[in-house]
Design a protein around this ligand. Structure first.
Ligand code: ZN
Length: 399
């Protein structure tokens, strides 16, 4: 009962959405003036940003309970080479008790550029994964892309060996792999194409975990209409939509990713963003059971996990050895504090982002109050198990 009361603002929101989007009699509605306060600012759907009247306990957390390893951050993409914001984030890391951040933004073959940027900023608490440059400066014509030249995969494997000696700890794949990268003929590259097998194999042999972002939230593969739960966001960013014949089926992309996991049991894969099944934790649990080489990070998914707190809490406890802390940051302190509140408290109905409107769905979240032994695994123990090279650094920085 109390749950229903807490959710009421969204039910009103849903009703408003329906009225504004589907009522053909909008004009007639506007002609009969409302009897309420006429001096009030007119609300439009885009300005509707309700302030909850709910009075519930609020836990002020400015740092994690234990020193954290953040396995998913973007010091290249988000900081854009800015030394000042880099230094600010290093201070934030120590304030929030983030002992180590893994930046996924080094480019395989020229990883020194990103590593130098990190080292020039004196950031020994930041380490890096590399990603493959599929286009390689080949412009817009797929025929000229690096991935469509002979020897591409062999070169990648050689570069992986070299990158490891330079301190690269793993390999990252962005969602373009599967959604937009094309072969010579202009057809989408299939991510489970056998020609990439030497890359997955090499990562296993070299002890480099592969973090893969495959597909995207379910809503991004549905029509941008009044029934789409991310309609507000997609109407601001229609380019984030993968709905339609030009894009592969979402579930097929995830299945193709799973076929790689199955074929390469010696390689550790990290499913970024809950392996993109945060809307369906039962499916995700099934994958974790079926593929012992799959770990998951939950970067940019507390919006999803925190709206299903009972299911998420059970999931985190059941799969406590398979989950890695991840943010997708650098984020502002406020956003980081929502991660701590989500994991460590039973706080109710709080934002998951500092942004207004909230960037990933018009809803709020609930904490899942994880026990200390589970928190430790998620914050650092699991990361140290799959990335043992981090142990001495963590010992120095995490104590
Ligand atoms: Zn990311």
């Amino acid at each position: 009962m109390s749950f229903l009361i807490r959710c009421r603002p969204f039910r009103v929101f849903g009703l408003l959405t329906l009225l504004l989007l589907t009522t053909p009699a909008n004009a007639a509605y506007a002609q009969s003036p409302p009897t309420q306060d006429t001096t009030a600012k007119p609300a439009t759907l885009s300005s509707f940003d309700p302030t909850p009247s709910l009075v519930v306990p609020f836990t002020k957390l400015t740092q994690a309970k234990y020193p954290v390893i953040d396995i998913h951050s973007h010091f290249g993409i988000r900081l854009k080479g800015n030394r000042e914001t880099f230094q600010t984030y290093l201070t934030q890391m120590s304030d929030n008790q983030i002992a180590i951040s893994i930046s996924l933004d080094a480019v395989l073959g020229s990883e020194e550029d990103h590593l130098d940027f990190i080292h020039d900023n004196g950031a020994n608490a930041v380490v890096a994964f590399a990603h493959i440059d599929f286009k390689g400066g080949g412009g817009e014509d797929p025929a000229n892309w690096a991935c469509n030249q002979p020897g591409f995969v062999r070169t990648c494997v050689e570069q992986l060996r070299a990158a490891k000696t330079k301190g690269i700890l793993g390999l990252k794949f962005f969602k373009s792999f599967g959604l937009t990268y094309k072969d010579k003929t202009g057809s989408l590259i299939k991510i489970d194409d056998r020609k990439f097998d030497p890359i997955w194999e090499a990562c296993g042999k070299l002890g480099l975990p592969v973090i893969m972002h495959v597909a995207d939230p379910i809503a991004f593969f549905k029509p941008i209409d009044g029934n789409n739960e991310r309609w507000e966001e997609l109407s601001r960013h229609p380019d984030w939509s993968f709905y339609g014949d030009a894009f592969p089926d979402r579930q097929e992309l995830l299945s193709a990713r799973n076929r790689i996991l199955e074929r390469h049991p010696e390689t550790i894969f990290i499913g970024a963003h809950c392996a993109n099944s945060s809307e369906d934790l039962k499916q995700l649990g099934g994958w974790l059971q079926k593929y012992p080489n799959l770990m998951i990070g939950f970067a940019s998914r507390i919006n999803e996990l925190g709206r299903q707190p009972y299911t998420a809490r059970k999931f985190f406890i059941q799969y406590q050895d398979r989950i890695l802390f991840a943010t997708d940051g650098p984020w502002p302190n406020l956003r980081l504090s929502y991660y701590w509140r989500f994991l460590e408290t039973y706080d109710e109905y709080f934002p998951y982002s500092e942004k207004s409107p909230p960037p990933q769905g018009m809803w709020r979240i609930y904490g899942i109050g994880l026990p200390d032994d589970v928190l430790k695994k998620i914050y650092f123990e699991n990361a140290l198990r799959i990335l043992p090279a981090l142990k001495p650094l963590y010992k120095t920085l995490g104590h």
